[in-house]
Write a protein that binds this ligand. Sequence first.
Ligand code: LLP
Length: 416
Amino acid sequence: MDHFAYRNSELCCERVSLRALAAHVGTPAYVYSKAALLESYRAYDGAFAEVPHVVCYSIKANANLGVLGTLARAGAGADIVSGGELFRALRAGFPPSKIIFDGVGKTRDELREALKAEILMFNVESRSELRALDEVAREMGVRAPVALRVNPDVDPQTHQYIATGLKTSKFGIPIAQALEAYEEAASREGVQVMGVDMHIGSQLTKASPFADALARLAALVKALRERGTEVRMVDVGGGLGIRYREETPPTHREYAMVLLPALRELGVTVLLEPGRSIVGNAGILLTRVLYRKDTGDKRFVVVDAAMNDLIRPALYDSYHEIRPVDAARLGDPMESVDVVGPVCESGDFLAKDRELAAAEEGDLLAVMSAGAYGFVMSSNYNTRPRAVEVLVDGDRYTIVRRRETYEDLVAGETTL
Ligand code: LLP
C-alpha cells in the first residue's frame, strides 16, 4: 500500500494528510487513492499486453462512480452481476462493448436491459438461464453473445464463503456437462456462442489453482473446436488475492505468466474479471477512537466505524491491518486490544486481540486494505448513515459519495 505512507509524521493518502482530511469530511470515511487504482489496472493491462485482452473490472468490489469513472477512462471494461451494476457501468462511461454480465440468478428484466445495451457477452451459469436468455433475445429479435461459465472442479484454497470452483458450489455448469450444454447453446437461435468462462474463487494466494482450472478449460475449448463450435474468447475470471497481512499472492505479472502459455496457444481474446486486486489496497477506512474500556479481562478500543461499515472481519474473520494516523504513536508501547464499533452485537469488531500502539480517545486509525468489499457491503444497520467516500489524486481530493443524512435513511418509507 505504497500510496498510504507516513509523511511529516502522519499517515497520508498520496499527498493528502488523513488528519486534515478527517477534519474536513468527518469519520468514518473510505479513502481511495487514484494512483493506486490506476497502477493496479495498468499492471494487469501490461501483463497481458501480448494477447488481445480486456480487463473487465469486477464492479462488485467497489462500485463508486468515481472509482468506476477513473477505470473506465483508463480503458478498462466492466464485469457486472446485476441490472444495478449495468446502470452504474453505463453511467460511469464503460463502453457496452467492454461489459460482461455474470451471475447465477439474472432475471429476465436484467437480461433484457443488457441485451438492449448491447453488451459484449453474457456468462451463462445454467441451462435454465440459457433457455431464458434465448427466449428473451428472440422476443427482442436479437442474438445474445454467450459464454458458458464452466465449473472446473478445482480447489482454489481460499475461505469457503468465497470459493466457487468446486463442484459442490452453486456456480457454473459442471465441466462434465459442458459439452452437452454447448450443444444446446449451438442449437438455439437466440444465442451465439462466443466463448468459455470460469471464475474459481476470490482471494487466491497461489497461482496453481488458476493454472489447473485453465488447463481443464483449454481441453474443453479444443473439444468444442473439434465439434465445430467456434470459441473466440476465454474469460479467466477474477480472484487474484492481495496482501492483507503476510500473504504473498502472485504479482499481476506472475499470474499472467502462468496463464499466458495456454491462452496464447488457444489464440483467443482474453477477458479478465479482477476486483479485489484492483481496488483492495487502493483504499482504507478512516475511523476515530471514541472510547477506551478495560474490563480487567480485556481491553477495548471503541471506534466510530462498525460492522455495518466494514463487515469482512465479522463475516469472514478477515484480518485488516490497523495503523495509527499519528506516527508518534508508533513509538508508544504496544497493547493487545479488540477494536470494536458502536453496533449492538459482539460480532461487531474490526480487529480482535490485536497488538496495537496504545490508541487514545480522539485518535485516528486507518483500517488498511479496505478498498474492496468494504463500502459496497456496508449497510444501515442500527440506522447508521453510510460513510463518506473520498477519492484522492495527488494533493487534492474529491468527495465521490457524500455521507448519508438521516433524511436519506428514511427516504422512501411511510409513517402510517
Ligand atoms: N468474477 C466473478 C464471477 C465473481 O463472482 C467475482 C467475485 C469476481 C469476478 C471478482 O473476484 P475478485 O477479483 O474480487 O476476487 N465479499 C468477499 C468476496 C466475494 C467475491 C465474490 N465474487 C470478500 O470480502 O472477501
